[in-house]
Design a protein around this ligand. Structure first.
Ligand code: ARG
Length: 585
């Protein structure tokens, strides 16, 4: 089904006979004084044609045929054309929407194949809150892309290689506590790593031992490989437990080590093509001076001068690094899935890394037709405005955070519903607690830092998951009451939109199909979060001013249908954010 803006845009194109090829844009307006939808087409075209925008707007309106959809359009401001839908037209759209299993979300013009690289935790380390944003954001983008109809590969790029394994191996061989490992493997691996890392900073012999273990591992030493595999197995189990709790799955999980066999080839190929060259024993990629300096990831401005900041692809000791691995990974993904788009979800500190990787890739595979996007995000802060830490100053572990979310939600649910079974309260608390954490993470503009606040995210009022879940529950309870009164069957009647609150709600519901496709333009699930909040608020005003069960006939049928579609859109919207909607709360 087409959205209203798409429909109005095609009518506008038909009216723009003097401007062949024009692409007029129509958007919803949320201020009822300006109607329901608006276009700036006259202003855009008047600029090109050096015409008067208001006059041009009038000429467009004279030719425009929208009488079946809108009351006569009006010109506003500098030359906006405002559209106000006829109630019958909105009602007809609403009937279509109610029948549509995609809830008005159109099928994309081009079905794309999209790889989403997200989560990417590191072996032998606990997943911390830094990984939470990547995991939650990436999962939501994947759900949205899948729902739109794209072919999605969810790819978890695990950090399972690097210098930290030298220290981990020394620790494993000298100070490992087997009992502690059996009890809490991640904590024990973290302990031995921290211990060796602290000692190697002061003690040259420890540093040397770690280096030697690393070299042995890289050379394929059986003993070290076996320990390394054991560390991976133990870590993977922890990751799986968290993904299970969060309802997150991956299509591919490959460690950085998987790409080791190709690293040398990447470096030789880059050198052969003159993209990488030797510098102080290392292999580096420098600027090719092909674009403006300020956009060049291989240059940096120092004291008013542009100086080189090359990308290392091979260190002087011959070892490849994170950049080399990401290049080999890119080549692999291209071979494997010929994607239209590869999306990397990581924190903002990796911006420079990805700018360099993408730039090297463009020079290396200049004929590849793939969009590369680094979807980065800001940090989570504590209420003191500093990076989010535990009371004792440690980084917060994701598992502990989720436990606390469920515990706090349990206290709230028990307070509101003391008579409910403990099992039911636990289940509601799980859905509400995890939902609150996910929503708090998806709601802010992803590039800004946000302050982590339990009170705020678990509040039943305001722009929170519990508020949206509660709105859903409230609608479901209307249907339970309707069923008791035998009113549910009357839902099938004719749809007549009369009251202002009914019209406002039908209009808001029609916008779901407009918002969802926009999310992938700049990978911003917060557009959906904000839409759902507006929808819930619109629903509550409707519900306050329009009695449902006490109404009759077509009015009741219309109101029940509005309730029904509101519940479906809320549940679907939450599901696209990875959040469940409980039946009771
Ligand atoms: N392991 C990395 C980290 O913890 C994230 C990996 C992101 N993906 C990639 N292809 N580099 O920061």
């Amino acid at each position: 089904m087409q959205t209203i803006p798409t429909l109005l845009e095609s009518r506008l194109r038909a009216a723009l006979t003097d401007f062949p090829g024009a692409e007029p844009k129509v958007a919803a307006v949320n201020d009822a004084r300006f109607g329901d939808y608006q276009t700036n087409a006259a202003m855009v075209l008047a600029k090109q044609a050096r015409a008067n925008p208001r006059q041009l707007a009038q000429q467009i309106i004279d030719k425009l045929d929208v009488a079946d959809l809108c009351v006569p359009p009006e010109i506003a401001g500098a030359g906006f054309i405002n559209f106000r839908l006829r109630p019958e037209a909105l009602a007809a759209r609403f009937v279509e929407l109610a029948r549509d299993e995609r809830l008005g979300v159109p099928v994309p013009a081009k079905v794309k194949s999209i790889v989403i690289d997200f989560s990417g935790p590191n072996i032998a380390k606990p997943m911390h809150v830094g990984h939470i944003r990547s995991t939650i954001l990436g999962d939501s983008l994947a759900r949205i892309a899948e729902f739109l109809g794209h072919r999605v590969v969810r790819d978890n790029h695990i950090g399972d290689w690097g210098t930290q394994f030298g220290m981990l191996l020394v620790g494993w061989k000298t100070i490992l506590d087997r009992e502690a490992l059996a009890r809490d493997p991640i904590a024990e691996m973290e302990r031995i790593y921290k211990d060796v890392n602290a000692r190697q900073q002061a003690d040259e012999s420890v540093r040397e031992a770690a280096r030697a273990e690393l070299v042995k591992l890289q050379a394929g030493d059986e003993e070290n490989l076996a320990i390394w595999r054991e560390m991976i197995r133990l870590s993977q189990a922890q990751f799986e437990a968290i993904y299970g709790r969060l309802g997150i799955r991956f299509d591919v999980t490959l460690g950085e080590s998987f790409y080791n066999p190709w690293l040398r080839e990447v470096v030789t190929d880059l050198a052969a093509r003159g993209i990488a060259r030797e510098s102080e024993g290392a292999m580096c990629v420098f600027s090719d001076r092909s674009g403006p300096e300020k956009d060049d990831p291989f240059l940096i401005s120092r004291d008013g001068q542009w100086v080189d900041i090359p990308a290392l692809v091979q260190k002087a000791d011959g070892a490849a690094n994170y950049t080399t691995t990401d290049l080999a990974t890119l080549a692999h993904r291209l071979r494997e899935w010929t994607p239209d788009e590869i999306v990397y979800v990581t924190d903002g500190r990796q911006q420079h890394h990805f700018r360099q990787v993408f730039a090297i890739f463009r020079r290396w595979k200049s004929d590849a037709d793939v969009k590369l996007a680094h979807v980065w995000f800001g940090s989570i802060l504590g209420e003191d405005g500093k990076p989010f830490k535990t009371r004792s100053g440690d980084t917060v572990k994701l598992a502990d955070l989720l436990d606390e979310a469920e515990e706090r939600a349990f206290a709230l649910v028990s307070e509101k519903n003391p008579t409910l079974d403990e099992r039911d309260r636990r289940e509601i608390a799980r859905v509400v607690g995890l939902g609150a954490v996910k929503y708090a993470d998806l709601l802010p503009n992803r590039q800004s830092d946000y302050v982590f606040s339990w009170e705020k995210m678990l509040s039943f009022q305001g722009n929170t998951a519990p508020y949206l879940q509660y709105s859903y529950v409230r609608i479901r309870s209307i249907f339970r009451k309707a069923a008791e009164q035998g009113a549910g069957s009357r839902e099938q009647g004719a749809i007549v939109l009369e009251a202002l609150a009914e019209l406002a709600l039908a209009k808001k519901l029609a916008q779901f199909g407009e918002v969802v496709p926009q999310i992938l333009d700049d990978y911003r699930p917060n557009l959906l979060a904000n839409y759902l909040y507006e929808l819930a608020a619109t629903f509550h005003s409707f519900f306050e001013s329009c009695p449902v069960l006490k109404s009759e006939g077509a009015t009741q049928a219309t109101r029940l249908a509005l309730c029904n579609v509101s519940a479906r859109v809320l549940a679907k919207g939450l599901a696209l954010l990875g959040i469940e909607a409980p039946e009771r709360m």
